[in-house]
Design a binder for this molecule. Sequence first.
Ligand code: NAP
Ligand code: 12T
Length: 348
Amino acid sequence: MSQTKTFHVAVVGATGAVGQKMIETLEDRDFPIDTLKLLSSSRSAGKKVTFKGEELTVEEATPESFEGVDIALFSAGGSVSKKLAPEAVKRGAVVIDNTSAYRMDDQVPLVVPEVNESDLENHQGIIANPNCSTIQMVAALEPIKKHFGISRVIVSTYQAVSGSGTEAVEELREQSQDFLNGNEMKSEILPVKGDKKHFPIAFNALPQIDTFEENGYTYEEMKMINETKKIMHANDLPVAATCVRLPIFTSHAESVYIEVEKDGASVNDIQEALKNAEGVVLEDDPATQSYPTPLSAAEKREVFVGRVRKDLDQKNGFHLWIVSDNLLKGAAWNSVQIAERLIANDWL
Ligand code: NAP
Ligand code: 12T
């Protein structure tokens, strides 16, 4: 982005799976940075990270770290955000938070710029970046909602291990090697670090992402349900979700069933709406086997959609396949994009 004013930026969780992508995205976008501060726990303090050819040293995040910071991108877990985001705001920073700590707070905008950019205007210092699976789904559903209305959403996800951090990525790598070498697989992280049981992810599928809620849904499923309604300003929209982890390193995929309000919409109409949508790429041609996959979407900022079909029985029912890089649009890019929109609109 071209911009004359420059900003003091901090990345909290800079050594993590999301934080590393944030640093890369700030560099790729030529974000208008004056100084960049990289923060982590004391474990990684002192580590060196290269940004635009310059070596930066990671520091331990403390309340004082935010003196003089204009924009703080947080992705170090909910408890860190709960403790340090208010400290950053107190010192004049605008926080863009990637954790679930503030997402459903009424005072906090929950934003996917292609969907609800204008919610940013009245922020009170903290802005929440939605859940990765939710972001890519609403980016594809909003243009359909705009043209045809949506009256129901049922989603099943196929999620990558990188959504669960660097330890989960390492676990899939090691289990894969152990399995192929005929050795026993060790499971210590997935499905959820710290939960009572662990299962192998390599050559497997785990129908649990995040912890279980009392209603039998997982927290990841409830995040998709609640966040979709908030971002799309559709409190009454029925949404159901089943979230599944697969042995994929990067990109979440989703099979999404929707019912539209307007009668008579065709597959071609839905495809046209998606083709013209900001941040969305339609890859949909059965004749040439054209559809997105986790590998084809990895390292790209867009949300890819394919396999648009009309339901064979339900009037106004459609099926879609939505794929995006969970660490980019699902996390780092959406956060940096929010920062860019705050600057462009003079809403910092
Ligand atoms: P990760 O790879 O495990 O990295 C965790 C990062 O947090 C590391 O940089 C770590 O620093 C830092 N950290 C941990 N405890 C800290 C503390 N007490 N003080 C300061 N920094 C601390 O995890 P990740 O995948 O990047 O995810 C990080 C967080 O982002 C998650 O917990 C989640 O809340 C959020 N997230 C959101 C989405 C989304 O859907 N938008 C997706 C994935 C993750 P050290 O190197 O010092 O340990
Ligand atoms: N644990 O919404 O494990 O902050 O894939 C997103 C993804 C938390 C979140 C995952 C997670 C979030 C995961």
